[in-house]
Design a protein around this ligand. Structure first.
Ligand SMILES: C[S@@+](CC[C@H](N)C(=O)[O-])C[C@H]1O[C@@H](n2cnc3c(N)ncnc32)[C@H](O)[C@@H]1O
Length: 241
């Protein structure tokens, strides 16, 4: 999402108001008929039940998931769908406020009959707040909105409170995985997470951040970043025991 699209939205229902406002676009161009149909018919069937989430994320799925993973701000859902396809035995939660992104992922879910994804159109922080302690195996935050201007940086989703919530919901030994093409956001994240008592950076070599982790699937924003000559960084942080 472009940082200068600054109409603020708040589109989550049924949860306490977010601690901070949700910034960014709620919608783009008009949906096609099939997309609108899926938003009306399919989305309610696979929407995350925030109340039930408090009892644990496994109950959101029709099967007993072998592991549970959350992607915050999945955009068009390329990475989330790829993970869900590759690991049908696991459960995937995805949160995204942008209607057109949700519609795109619903198209893939329907076309490929993917059954192990549950979604919320809204604020990822609502889902974090509703999850019980140590209930996730990993959280993915891929190409978060960069808010590059100095006065906009306080809009960035990564802050101390966000990291505290991640540390609460990720089980010991689980991971927080972060990717960005904006060096300043990478530095911003490292500056906040390295002193955090709950996480350690899993870097195997000095150039570790240049290589995507195993199972990585390229997102739409990454494709754009690479086309425009920016270099992605990939950071993995382990939840300390
Ligand atoms: C730059 S885009 C990247 C999308 C996708 N991860 C990719 O790599 O293609 C950032 C996304 O984060 C979403 N977003 C922004 N704030 C969010 C929040 N509080 N919770 C969940 N998603 C959010 C935006 O709507 C947008 O789709």
């Amino acid at each position: 999402m472009s940082p200068d699209q600054k109409d603020a939205i708040s589109s989550s229902a049924g949860a306490a108001p977010p601690r901070r406002q949700l910034y960014g676009r709620a919608k783009g161009k008009a949906l096609r008929a099939g997309q609108s149909h899926r938003i009306e018919q399919l989305l309610p069937k696979i929407t995350i039940d925030l109340e039930k989430l408090r009892e644990g994320p496994a109950a959101q799925f029709p099967h007993k998931p072998s592991g549970i993973f959350l992607e915050i701000g999945f955009g068009g859902g390329e990475h989330l769908a790829a993970m869900a396809r590759a690991h049908p035995e696991a459960g995937y939660l995805g949160v995204e406020p942008f209607l057109n992104g949700v519609a795109k992922l619903l198209g893939a879910i329907e076309a490929e009959n993917i059954t192990n994804i549950r979604l919320l159109r809204g604020d990822g922080r609502h889902v974090l707040n509703a999850l019980p302690k140590s209930s996730l195996d990993a959280v993915f935050l891929l190409y978060p909105d960069p808010w590059p201007k100095r006065r906009q940086r306080k809009r960035r989703i990564v802050d101390e409170a966000f990291l505290d919530e991640l540390a609460r919901v990720i089980r010991p030994g689980g991971e927080f995985r972060f990717a960005s093409d904006i060096d300043d956001y990478v530095g911003w994240t490292l500056a906040r997470i390295l002193p955090h008592a709950g996480f350690e950076w899993v870097a195997k070599s000095p150039s570790d951040w240049l290589d995507p982790w195993e199972g990585w699937h390229r997102t739409r924003y990454e494709e754009k970043a690479i086309r425009e000559g920016r270099v992605p960084s990939y950071l993995r942080f382990r939840r300390k025991a």
